[in-house]
Design a protein around this ligand. Structure first.
Ligand code: ADP
Ligand code: MG
Length: 375
């Protein structure tokens, strides 16, 4: 057609559409792993073992001892929007589990060679299924796509091989497997701190000793010590804040009736933050909102504002912060990757938490200055 004539509109091929959509959710091996870890935790696992080859691009394997997947669910497991975790919009609004819309496995199946081995406690054996583009596929030419019986323990092992093999531009953007492995370790480490009752290991395939390994009956504090080091663990301040504590304060000041009670989200926060005596090179922030690892620009800025007057220029704190908010007040659905989270009364809640942390940090700084004075 001539340059000023409209070109006909065509539908993109479905497989291409799915690949594009998958690429938005699974941006790199570490984002696939995050989804898979959350699934393991949703399944009630107490042990999660991650095995990696070439930064997760060749192999990303995660084995758990959770509830397993029913054999009868395997055919639709990797279809888009299939989930055991919600069935109505109401559920979406009051969601307590990690996963929430059945897109992770579907996405991974569009951009890798995916296989699943799983056993529920009621099955006499495990079942292995292979997937491509959302559907069961034969593991080899000549075989049927049906799940095959095999040996295996209770729980689920998910294996994604050759991630992004069919999206060459994405693959080219992720050339350094050591960088991808560092990101994977970061995700595993953070989830391990937040889930001290779950034993995590992460290792490279073919290596005997894991790079991350936590015991199963640990605590947040001892996992921080184990994974981030004693010099951080030594300086940790424990801080809590909650909607209850706030209401109490307001009642004392006689302004408790200022807002309608049920408009206020119920929330609870617990933090371990380094004192004014710790000076890190880069800020380390482990932020969990309703047990998901997320980003919040507002919280990050609030933390920077606490420490910048207390720490020397160029040094930064370590902070672990877990915030649990009544789920109907949270909007995790803003973006498919669900990294940046927003919630009702965000400003006020973040203020409350920041004030509680600031009180402790300032106190700790006061102590150290007095101490320096005396010597
Ligand atoms: P979502 O987590 O949003 O439901 P996913 O694609 O991540 O979507 O998973 C789809 C479903 O597969 C889950 O709802 C769950 O029933 C099942 N599933 C996935 N991983 C596991 C696992 N490790 N253990 C048990 N069930 C799992
Ligand atoms: Mg999920």
């Amino acid at each position: 057609p001539a340059p000023n004539e409209p070109r006909p509109i065509k539908r993109l091929e479905e497989s291409l559409v799915n690949r594009i959509a998958a690429g938005e959710i699974i941006q790199r091996p570490a984002s696939a792993l995050k989804e898979l870890i959350e699934n393991c935790l949703d399944a009630g696992s107490t042990q999660i073992k991650v095995t990696i080859k070439e930064g997760g691009l060749k192999l990303l394997q995660i084995a758990d001892n959770g509830c397993g997947i029913r054999k009868s669910d395997l055919p639709i497991l990797c279809e888009r929007f299939t989930t055991s975790k919600l069935s109505s919009f109401q559920d979406l609004q009051s969601l307590a589990t990690y996963g929430f819309r059945g897109e992770a496995l579907a996405s991974i199946s569009h951009v890798s060679h995916l296989s699943v081995t799983t056993k529920t406690k009621d099955e006499p054996c495990a079942w292995k299924a292979c997937y491509a583009d959302g559907a069961l596929v034969a593991p080899k030419p000549g075989l049927t796509p049906d799940p095959k019986p095999c040996a295996g323990n209770d729980g689920t092992t998910i294996t994604a091989e050759d991630l992004f093999y069919n999206t060459p531009t994405r693959l080219a953007a992720l050339r350094s497997s050591s960088d991808e492995y560092a990101r994977i370790l970061d995700v595993v480490t953070k989830y391990a701190v937040h889930n001290p009752n779950v034993s995590f290991t992460c290792k490279k395939q073919g290596f005997a000793s894991p790079d991350v390994s936590t015991p199963s009956a640990s605590s947040v504090q001892s996992n921080i010590k184990l994974l981030y080091g004693a010099s951080i663990a030594r300086e940790l301040l424990h801080v809590t804040a909650s909607s209850e504590a706030r209401k109490k304060r307001e009642r004392l000041k006689g302004k408790g009736k200022a807002r309608a009670e049920d408009e206020d989200p119920e929330w609870e926060a617990e933090a371990y933050a380094t004192s004014a005596n710790y000076q890190g090179k880069k800020m380390v922030l482990l932020l969990f909102i309703n047990h998901r690892l997320v980003d919040s620009t507002r919280i990050k800025r609030a933390i920077e504002a606490i420490y910048s007057p207390v720490l020397p220029k160029g040094s930064s704190p370590f902070i672990y912060l877990s915030l649990v908010i009544s789920p109907q007040h949270i909007d995790v659905n803003v973006h498919p990757t669900k990294r940046e989270v927003h919630f009702i009364n965000e400003e006020q809640i973040v203020d409350d938490i920041a004030n509680a942390i600031q009180d402790e940090v300032v106190k700790s700084g006061g102590q150290s200055r007095t101490f320096e004075y005396q010597t």
